[in-house]
Design a protein around this ligand. Structure first.
Ligand SMILES: [Zn+2]
Length: 253
């Protein structure tokens, strides 16, 4: 019997192992086109659910309950199509859980161990404790923002991520950076969400004074639709730069 929060693809992988065949063969056996295997966890036709239910000897309703319910746009953007992280403990029990796919998921809800990248090569390095601490806080804030569907909080979080991306020289959109296989990028982006909570404009301005051109472009992009904020960030940035110049000339004298 599948456990709560288990993903359909996880159950199918387990079924394949139990039947000594591979995933694609199993899908062919139950009559589901393997090209749909990526979207199986998100959308499952009633016919396919019945076929899988028959093979797994459970009800079609139970099979449907293993897929994601309808997601709003933000949730969908922050829910990965592919497993980018997993629990090193629970994977050994052949589990694949829904919450691991969420961009904000940090610790395994079953055993409490920190989730790690599914690309082991990238997950090897030792990460600084401070970064982990901030990233864990950022993940909680991101989850709250999405669950409450708070546009203001989501926008603030994404602003933080955009800055983090600029500092790490990462291109693409913030939602995919938060689902990066590379923990160095993902955790830095999550940490930025926590860091920009207090005095976000000042933080943005600080970023702006010590950054290169690509970061400046990211800054402009982040604030391009909000002229007032952009002007404020620039003004604070200039003040910080002036103050820096002033203090250096005093030291020289
Ligand atoms: Zn676990």
């Amino acid at each position: 019997m599948p456990i709560q929060d288990e993903l359909l693809s996880g159950l199918l992988t387990w079924l394949a192992i139990a039947n000594y065949c591979d995933f694609v063969d199993l899908l062919a056996h139950v009559g589901v086109d393997y090209r749909y295997s990526v979207s199986l966890d998100f959308e499952l036709e009633a016919g396919a659910a019945e076929k899988i239910a028959m093979a797994a000897r459970v009800t079609p309703e139970l099979i449907q309950s293993l897929t994601f319910p309808a997601l709003n746009d933000t949730e969908a953007a922050l829910t990965a199509l592919f497993p980018f992280q997993a629990c090193p403990n629970c994977t050994l029990r052949s589990l694949a859980l829904k919450h691991w796919r969420r961009a904000w998921a940090f610790d395994c809800q079953i055993c409490g161990v920190m989730l790690t990248s599914t690309l082991p090569k990238l997950g090897k390095g030792v990460l600084p404790q401070k970064l982990l601490q901030h990233a864990r806080t950022g993940s909680v804030l991101l989850e709250q923002a999405v669950m409450q569907n708070s546009i203001r909080q989501i926008r603030r979080a994404m602003r933080g991520v955009t800055f983090a991306m600029a500092l790490k020289n990462v291109s693409g959109d913030p939602a995919s950076a938060l689902q990066s296989f590379n923990p160095d990028i993902r955790l830095f982006c999550l940490a930025a969400i926590a860091v920009v909570q207090k005095r976000p404009l000042l933080k943005a301005a600080l970023f702006a004074t010590g950054i290169d051109d690509s970061a400046r472009v990211a800054l402009l992009r982040t604030y391009q639709k909000e002229d007032r904020l952009h002007v404020t960030v620039n003004r604070i940035g200039r003040q910080i730069e002036n103050r820096r110049h002033a203090s250096t000339s005093i030291t020289i004298e």
